[in-house]
Structures are given as structure tokens and as C-alpha cells.
Design a protein around this ligand. Structure first.
Ligand SMILES: *[C@@H]1O[C@H](CO)[C@@H](O)[C@H](O)[C@H]1NC(C)=O
Ligand SMILES: *[C@@H]1O[C@H](CO)[C@@H](O)[C@H](O)[C@H]1NC(C)=O
Ligand SMILES: *[C@@H]1O[C@H](CO)[C@@H](O)[C@H](O)[C@H]1NC(C)=O
Ligand SMILES: *[C@@H]1O[C@H](CO)[C@@H](O)[C@H](O)[C@H]1NC(C)=O
Ligand SMILES: *[C@@H]1O[C@H](CO)[C@@H](O)[C@H](O)[C@H]1NC(C)=O
Ligand SMILES: *[C@@H]1O[C@H](CO)[C@@H](O)[C@H](O)[C@H]1NC(C)=O
Ligand SMILES: *[C@@H]1O[C@H](CO)[C@@H](O)[C@H](O)[C@H]1NC(C)=O
Ligand SMILES: *[C@@H]1O[C@H](CO)[C@@H](O)[C@H](O)[C@H]1NC(C)=O
Ligand SMILES: *[C@@H]1O[C@H](CO)[C@@H](O)[C@H](O)[C@H]1NC(C)=O
Length: 456
């Protein structure tokens, strides 16, 4: 009886993995849509606003501001890169608070030479410490843009641009086209510029309102599928009630393969480590990961630590396996039904996210400033940890069927791959395995479907 049910469940699992593979293949091959949709941040976007603040003899001066309206996705060092294509033969006479990466061919100008004559300029932020006479408010942060929840005051980035050979009235000015936002890698898709109601400004004494001569907005959205071909983060699980540590699925983010890809990873005790860290790829920000079975740069470990009468306790550890990356202002988004009643959180900041009214199972966690807001490169200090205390709701609380484990985890806005539910640590003497395994397999397929649909 026992062996029969086990083998039955085994073949069901195999069948469902096969079905899952089919589902994944189907979605990956048939949807090349780049439209982004994130179920936990449905309106998340970066909006770029151009305010024309004065007309000049041959064009205009505009203040350009990027607002990161994404709840938990930020842009970290080395920062954003913004590009566009001019509609006509516009040039940039000068900029404040940012610069173009190339000047281009300005040979048709004599005397006064523009800052940039390229048809498709690429703009980067200036670095902190820029002389004051080249700064404007909200500039010069090296392209770093905080997320809306984590640090609203630093979720905007501005520069000023003086455009020549352009229209000089709101009827003749032509909007720039084909905006590209890189962070600095791919992932964002920007829509067309749209003329909107002119921005209004309150003067410092709050007694007068002025307004832009003309304003247009561009909205950019993020898609993880555009940003990276493989996952970058995985989840491992353990509990006090079972000795098994469920590791990240093997090859989640890649496989160790020294034959076709030598040096795809390094061991911490390898004598090549130092030279590899400084070696080729350093400038491209290509990750250099420690050799693990999962090969992910980031692993999030969720340990169900203690069970009290009215509370239960979880320990979260985030480990960095990338020797080439210090994660500044990192954040974690976790979905678990008990986040409606988290009682205490040690050494992380916390905010409940409610993407939809009534949904209260999602939380954003991030480091405490100057204490653990920096997740340093792989090595002995490359981890941060915290403990969470949840209050039990006796009607829903259970250690059975993996209820105590998270439903979904994002690190810096990117999905972390979970182990398959039928591998979760069980309670000793857990009830009939085949049925729960069958249910779990169905759940896997369903949740993958939902996940893929959400991104498709
Ligand atoms: C961008 O985000 C803001 C703030 O959440 C929202 O009000 C706006 O509707 C969003 N824009 C788009 C085009 O989704
Ligand atoms: C252009 O300016 C005129 C008045 O100067 C105004 O009536 C019109 O709405 C403006 N058009 C745009 C697109 O801003
Ligand atoms: C838009 O920009 C991309 C990348 O810079 C370029 O490949 C593409 O040709 C541009 N499209 C137009 C219509 O200019
Ligand atoms: C344009 O962008 C600004 C700043 O992000 C925002 O306040 C405004 O609502 C946007 N306008 C429209 C019509 O989306
Ligand atoms: C792969 O190569 C790196 C150095 O090139 C070495 O440290 C590592 O141990 C190798 N991994 C395997 C599985 O052989
Ligand atoms: C990370 O930060 C440490 C300490 O500030 C520094 O020594 C190290 O070079 C940094 N690593 C990277 C990859 O930037
Ligand atoms: C959601 O959870 C937070 C934090 O526990 C709480 O303050 C808030 O009242 C809850 N909202 C709803 C609608 O339950
Ligand atoms: C949190 O738990 C307590 C005790 O079970 C309960 O009274 C309270 O309503 C819960 N709060 C939420 C937001 O569910
Ligand atoms: C712990 O969980 C694993 C599944 O991950 C299971 O194989 C094992 O039997 C469980 N141990 C006990 C003591 O129940």
C-alpha cells in the first residue's frame, strides 16, 4: 500500500513537472510581449516629465525630472542612463546636473559649440560632489534613484537642458521620440511622450503659483523578462520541526560548467579569486558568483525558528554570492498570509504593501540606514539577517503543508525562485503524503500559470 501510493505520487509529480515544462515553454515561446505587469505593484512606473520653463531665440530650456513611482524597485550604482531621439535637428547647448556621454559631430557650429549634437543623445547623472554651479535641485546622485516606499525624498532625479535648433512656441516644438531608460542594463520600456497639463510651482513664500510653458510626460515600465534571461535569486527553507534544509533548486540561475564556460564561478578558497574579481567583466558588472549548486547571486533563506503559544518566529537571511556587487539600499518583498499580523521585526525596516484594497499579505523589508542597508559582496560579511515575530490567528495558523513558508519573495524587485512545494520540510507524522503532493503539484502548475500570465 505504502509503496504503491508513493510510486503513484512519484509518477504524478513527474507528469505534472512535464505539464509545467510544457506550460513554461508555451508561454516563453508564444509571448514575446514586453509589456510589464507586476501583480504586487500594478501601477509601478518611472515617469519622466519635461517642463519647458523658458523659450530661447532658437529653442527652449527644460527641466527634466524622473520620478520613480515603483514601490520597491530602485536603481542603484552605477545608475540610470536616459536616451532619446530628436524629432528634427535639435542640439543641446548646455546641461545642468547631468551630461551626455558623447558630444557627437558639432562641426556645422562655429564659435559657440553645443554640448551635444547627436541625433540620439545619451544622458547620465553627474556624480555627488559636482561643483555647485553645475548642480540643480535633485541632481548629481550618480544616477541612483530610490524606490517610492524606501526613500521618497530620493525617488526623483532632475537635470536641466537647453535645447537649440528647436521650436520656440508650444505649436512648433517637436517632442523627442523613442525614449530609452537603462538601469544601466535593460528592463525598462518607455512609451511615447504625451503633452499633459503644465506643471505648477509654488514659490518659496507660498504666496504665488507659477507654471511651466509646456509639459510632456513619458512613462517607463519594468519587465524582469527583459532585464535578464535567467533568475538572479532563489529561496531556501528550513524549520525547527524538521532537520531537512531545502536548498534552492539546482541550477536555478545557471549550472556550474567549467568545460564550456570556464570561470563561470569561483570557490571562496580559490587562489584565483582576487584576480578574477578584478579581471575581465569587472567594468561590465557581469556577476562573478561563488560556486554553488544554484549559482544565484542572491539567496534568501527562510527559517521557521520557534513556536510559541500565541506567536511564531521566523529568521530571514539574505546571502550575497556575487563577488562583484555591493547591494546598496537592497529590499525584499515577501508575501505570506500572516503579514496581516506581524508583531515585531528586528533590525529591518518594514512597511505593509497593499497592491489591492483588502489584500494585506505582502510586506516590504529593507535595511536600517548605516547598520545593514548595505549587503556587501560575497564573503564572510556578505549577508544580512532579521527575525520576524508573527501573531497567530488560530483559525488559519498551521505548520502543515508548508503554510509557514512564504508564497513569494522578491529581492530588489526581481522574483526569487522557490523550491517546489512538494520538497518543503514536513511536520513529523504529516498526514497522507500522496494527496498533499498531488495538490501541491497542481498548485505549482497553477501558480506558475498565474505568475506567467501576470508577466505575459
Ligand atoms: C505611474 O505611477 C503613478 C503613481 O503610482 C500613477 O498615478 C500613474 O497612473 C502611473 N502611470 C501609468 C501610465 O501607469
Ligand atoms: C499653447 O499656448 C496657448 C496660449 O499661448 C494655449 O492656449 C494652448 O493650450 C497651448 N497649447 C499647448 C499644447 O500647451
Ligand atoms: C529607438 O532606439 C533604439 C535604441 O536606441 C534603436 O535601436 C531604434 O532604431 C530607435 N527607433 C527609432 C524609430 O528611432
Ligand atoms: C505627468 O508626470 C507628473 C510627474 O510625474 C505627474 O504628477 C502628472 O500627474 C503626470 N501627468 C499625467 C497626465 O500623467
Ligand atoms: C570552476 O573553475 C573555478 C576557477 O576557474 C574553480 O574555482 C572551481 O572550483 C571550478 N568548479 C568546478 C566545479 O570544477
Ligand atoms: C564593496 O564595499 C567594500 C567596502 O566598502 C569595498 O572594499 C569593495 O571593494 C566593494 N566591492 C565592490 C565590488 O564594489
Ligand atoms: C494591514 O496590516 C497592517 C500592519 O499589520 C495594519 O496596520 C493594517 O491595518 C492592515 N490593513 C487591513 C486592511 O487589514
Ligand atoms: C491580529 O491578531 C489578533 C489576535 O489574534 C486579532 O485580534 C487581530 O484582529 C489581528 N489583526 C489583524 C489585522 O488581523
Ligand atoms: C522532513 O521533510 C522532508 C521533506 O523535505 C521529509 O522527506 C522528511 O521525512 C521530513 N522529516 C521528518 C522527521 O518528518
Amino acid at each position: 500500500m505504502e509503496s504503491f501510493s508513493l510510486s503513484a505520487s512519484g509518477s504524478i509529480t513527474k507528469l505534472s513537472s512535464f505539464a509545467l515544462l510544457l506550460v513554461v515553454l508555451f508561454f516563453c515561446s508564444s509571448f514575446t510581449s514586453t509589456e510589464a505587469y507586476d501583480a504586487l505593484d500594478p501601477t509601478g512606473n518611472i515617469t519622466i516629465k519635461w517642463d519647458v520653463i523658458s523659450w530661447t531665440p532658437d529653442g527652449y530650456v527644460a527641466t527634466v525630472t524622473m520620478y520613480n513611482f515603483q514601490q520597491y524597485r530602485h536603481i542603484q550604482t552605477p545608475g540610470w542612463t536616459l536616451g532619446w531621439t530628436w524629432a528634427k535637428k535639435e542640439v543641446i547647448w548646455s546641461m545642468m546636473g547631468s551630461q551626455t556621454t558623447e558630444q557627437g559631430d558639432c562641426s556645422r557650429y562655429k564659435g559657440n559649440v553645443p554640448h551635444c549634437c547627436k541625433k540620439d543623445p545619451t544622458v547620465v547623472d553627474l556624480l555627488p560632489g559636482t561643483p555647485y554651479n553645475q548642480q540643480i535641485a535633485n541632481c548629481c546622485k550618480g544616477g541612483v534613484l530610490s524606490s517610492w516606499v524606501q526613500d521618497q525624498a530620493n525617488a526623483a532625479s532632475s537635470f536641466q537642458v537647453s535645447v537649440g535648433a528647436a521650436g520656440t512656441t508650444n505649436k512648433t516644438v517637436k517632442l523627442p521620440k523613442n525614449f530609452t531608460l537603462r538601469a544601466p542594463g535593460p528592463g525598462y520600456t518607455c512609451g511615447p511622450a504625451k503633452i499633459v497639463r503644465p506643471s505648477k510651482y509654488l514659490t518659496a513664500d507660498k504666496r504665488r503659483v507659477t507654471q511651466a510653458l509646456m509639459t510632456w510626460n513619458i512613462t517607463c515600465t519594468y519587465s524582469q523578462f527583459l532585464a535578464q534571461k535567467t533568475p538572479t535569486c532563489c529561496v531556501s527553507l528550513s524549520s525547527f520541526y524538521n532537520d531537512t534544509i531545502v536548498n534552492c533548486p539546482t541550477c536555478t540561475c545557471g549550472c556550474q560548467n567549467n568545460i564550456t564556460e570556464p570561470g563561470s564561478c569561483v570557490n571562496p578558497d580559490s587562489p584565483y579569486l582576487a584576480s578574477a574579481v578584478a579581471g575581465p567583466g569587472k567594468s561590465s558588472n557581469a556577476p562573478l558568483v561563488q560556486c554553488t549548486s544554484h549559482m544565484c547571486p542572491i539567496r534568501v533563506h527562510w527559517h521557521v525558528k520557534l513556536n510559541y503559544k500565541e506567536y511564531w518566529r521566523v529568521k530571514i537571511t539574505i546571502t550575497n554570492f556575487n563577488y562583484r556587487m555591493n547591494y546598496t539600499l537592497w529590499n525584499l518583498v515577501v508575501q505570506h498570509p500572516n503579514f496581516d499580523n506581524v508583531t515585531q521585526l528586528f533590525s529591518f525596516n518594514y512597511k505593509s504593501l497593499t497592491p489591492y484594497a483588502g489584500l494585506n499579505d505582502t510586506a516590504m523589508l529593507w535595511g536600517v540606514k548605516f547598520y545593514n542597508d548595505l549587503l556587501t559582496q560575497a564573503g564572510p560579511y556578505g549577508n544580512v539577517q532579521s527575525e520576524l515575530l508573527f501573531r497567530k490567528d488560530q483559525s488559519t495558523f498551521t505548520f502543515e503543508k508548508g503554510w509557514a513558508f512564504p508564497r513569494r519573495i522578491y529581492f530588489n524587485g526581481d522574483n526569487c525562485v522557490m523550491p517546489p512545494p512538494d520538497a518543503y520540510p514536513w511536520l513529523p507524522n504529516a498526514g497522507s503524503r500522496p494527496i498533499s503532493s498531488l495538490l501541491h503539484s497542481a498548485f505549482t502548475i497553477l501558480s506558475s500559470l498565474v505568475f506567467l500570465l501576470a508577466f505575459a
